[in-house]
Design a protein around this ligand. Structure first.
Ligand SMILES: C=C(O[C@@H]1C=C(C(=O)O)C=C[C@H]1O)C(=O)O
Length: 263
């Protein structure tokens, strides 16, 4: 869990950070499945549909939910970043006792704007069916759940970068001093790990997204390319989400963090 990673500096290893990322895959996929229970429901995103809110219903849900979460300390975790543009109330809890693991530069890296844009502009239309069933409140809170899980996964790149740096500062320091983005990107990229991630999330989407039947052989042959495939979210969209957005943006967070690591 995030708070654990941030509290046990000595125990932070690449293996543990990767284990945390693997657990987060489950959360992301389940949240996509939840959102896919509803059609697109575009009035939730329209600033004019509900004059009682100053923006869209979605923006209202995001702002109010995050305000509550902020009061109970959610954003004290470095990898939890709010989406609301407005300032949020402070945490009512005492500050965390553990010494921070991350370089303070982490606090200046926030790519939630990019995450918001790809989620609504590109990803959502791929997995939410067209249509409107009027369930705008559920739709908006499911969107926020998806955004938060994806954002946490991507900003977990802080820990990945920190642990990679600590494991071999001699490799990273010259590229950091030269502010060499490309060099850093090469150093922190593991193509074999990325291939495994893509295959694993596709498989998880097949397993988690099946209709469970009590009748034997009811959904025996599962063919991912079959038109009438039974998955709740297309597994190929999940692997594409990782390939096109989650992994490149996690690496962007890592590069941005490393560029500032010696400041
Ligand atoms: C996260 C890591 O860094 C990079 C990004 C990956 C990802 O986002 O899953 C996977 C492999 C690396 O290319 C890692 O090494 O585990």
């Amino acid at each position: 869990m995030a708070a654990d990673a941030n509290s046990k500096s000595e125990a932070l290893t690449l293996e543990k950070v990767r284990e945390a990322l693997i657990k987060q895959e489950d959360t992301i996929i389940y949240r996509l499945i939840q959102r896919a229970n509803f059609p697109l429901n575009s009035p939730a995103y329209d600033e004019k549909t509900f004059p009682s809110f100053s923006g869209s219903l979605l923006q209202f849900v995001v702002k109010e939910t995050e305000a509550l979460q902020s009061k109970v300390g959610r954003y004290e975790n470095p990898e939890e970043l709010p989406f609301s543009q407005e300032s949020l109330p402070p945490s009512l809890l005492p500050p965390p006792e553990n010494p921070p693991v991350l370089h303070p530069a982490a606090a200046s890296i926030n790519i939630n704007g990019k995450i918001w844009d790809f989620y609504f502009d590109e990803l959502l239309p791929l997995f939410a069916a067209p249509g409107d069933d009027g369930s705008y409140a559920s739709t908006a809170s499911n969107d926020l759940d998806c955004l938060q899980a994806i954002s946490k996964r991507i900003h977990y790149g802080y820990y990945v970068a920190e642990v990679k740096f600590k494991d071999s500062p001699q490799d990273y320091e010259p590229a950091i001093r030269a502010q060499d983005r490309e060099g850093l990107m090469k150093l922190l990229t593991f193509v074999d790990v990325e291939e495994k991630v893509k295959k694993r999330v596709e498989k998880k989407a097949m397993v988690f997204g099946q209709e469970v039947s009590l009748v034997d052989n009811a959904n025996t042959k599962i063919d991912q390319h079959n038109v009438s495939e039974p998955y709740k979210v297309d597994p190929l969209i999940v692997s594409r989400l990782y390939e096109e957005w989650i992994m490149p943006l996690t690496k962007l967070v890592q590069v941005e963090y490393l560029l500032r690591r010696l400041d």
